[in-house]
Design a protein around this ligand. Structure first.
Ligand code: PLP
Length: 347
């Protein structure tokens, strides 16, 4: 990648090893369940998370939607954070397409939902109410700055959910960042979850792809839901080959992205007037406010002219990934210093 693209870890391109594996991949018709590379990826993911089975998807959004629609029927209710990606950024898909009702709860700064609040939101069996079926958690918690949530907290939610005969789905789009940050195995982090969504195309560099992991019975049902959503793929082994490398080789290095996020945060904090939100920097995301009076659009445009790509307005979110080396962080910081000095003079 030529530019220093800090908008998201979704911007990562496939590595050369991935491109070679894709070219050489053995393939078959995956709707007939005959693609050997898809099988290899699904088996690997299921084993990695200590679950029985997995299913390959083109996107994390479709994987999450399939999970909710498999757990819930029309009129059923799902409890989740008001900042959950599933609620905020997936077009309310389970409501739009499956008649599922979202019940949101306020999320704490550390990414958790209060256990008492979850319990209080669970509906009693009464003809007036929807039926609560599912609780969704996210790890890392995107809406809380990429904060990882612990295995113990997830266990506690799992226990609560089981006590009430519900299910627990975990949106693990960045689960391996959480595992790296907490120094815990991914399997341990998801032990209490009935289903887990894993994304291969964020910090792990696969060009696309996600997985849904759970029991054999759940995955059999999910396969039907994926098909009706238009997610039955054919020779998908070509992309699964990159996904396998993502899981086998790329997740172990995510701690490097956490290190570059720290470097970025420390450098930003040294720039006069810039305010970094240090409480959030646990994984690969950095949030910062521009000095008062500096125009966000001008800042973004001036940086773009220097090959540094940001998105949005102050407070900005920067995300580190495979293509953001310490050297590139240093370049981005010097570009930001220079741009801010210019914009201050102009203001
Ligand atoms: C936590 C989380 N879940 C799900 C998704 C959906 O991923 P995609 O847009 O690749 O389908 C994202 C995307 O950034 C995400 O951050």
């Amino acid at each position: 990648m030529d530019t220093i693209d800090l908008r998201s870890d979704t911007v990562t391109h496939p590595t050369s090893a991935m491109r070679a594996a894709m070219a050489a991949a053995a393939v078959g018709d995956d709707v007939y369940d005959e693609d050997p590379t898809v099988h290899a990826l699904q088996d690997y993911a299921a084993e990695l998370l200590g679950k029985e089975a997995a299913l390959f998807f083109p996107t994390a959004t479709m994987s999450n939607l399939t999970a909710v629609l498999t757990h819930c029927g029309r009129g059923d209710e799902v409890i989740l954070s008001h900042k959950a990606h599933i609620f905020e950024y997936e077009q309310g898909g389970a409501s739009a397409l499956g008649g599922v009702v979202y019940r949101t709860l306020p999320v704490n700064f550390d990414g958790t939902l209060d256990l008492q609040a979850i319990e209080a939101a669970i509906r009693p069996d009464d003809v007036h109410f929807t039926r609560t079926r599912l609780v969704c958690l996210e790890n890392t918690v995107n809406g809380c700055g990429g904060t990882p949530i612990t295995a113990e907290y997830t266990d506690a939610v799992g226990e609560l959910v089981r006590k009430h005969g519900l299910k627990l789905h975990l949106d693990g789009a960045r689960l391996f960042n959480a595992a790296a940050a907490l120094n815990v195995s991914p399997e341990r982090l998801v032990r209490a979850a009935d289903s887990v969504q894993l994304c291969l195309s964020k910090g792990l560099c696969a060009p696309l792809g996600a997985l849904l992991v759970g029991s054999k019975e759940f995955i059999t049902q999910a396969r039907r839901v994926r098909k009706v959503l238009g997610g039955g793929m054919r020779q998908a082994g070509v992309i699964a080959a990159a996904g396998l490398l993502a899981l086998q080789q790329m997740r172990q290095r995510l701690i490097e992205d956490h290190y570059t996020a720290q470097l970025l945060a420390e450098g930003l904090a040294e720039i006069e007037g810039v305010r970094v939100e240090p409480v959030h920097i646990r994984t690969n995301m950095v949030f910062f406010h521009l000095p008062a009076g500096v125009d966000s659009d001008a800042f973004v445009a001036e940086l773009k002219a220097r090959n540094v790509i940001l998105r949005g307005r102050s407070p900005f979110r920067l995300v580190t990934h495979y293509y953001i080396t310490p050297e590139r962080v240093r370049y981005a910081l010097s570009a930001m210093r220079e741009v801010l000095a210019r914009l201050r003079v102009a203001a």
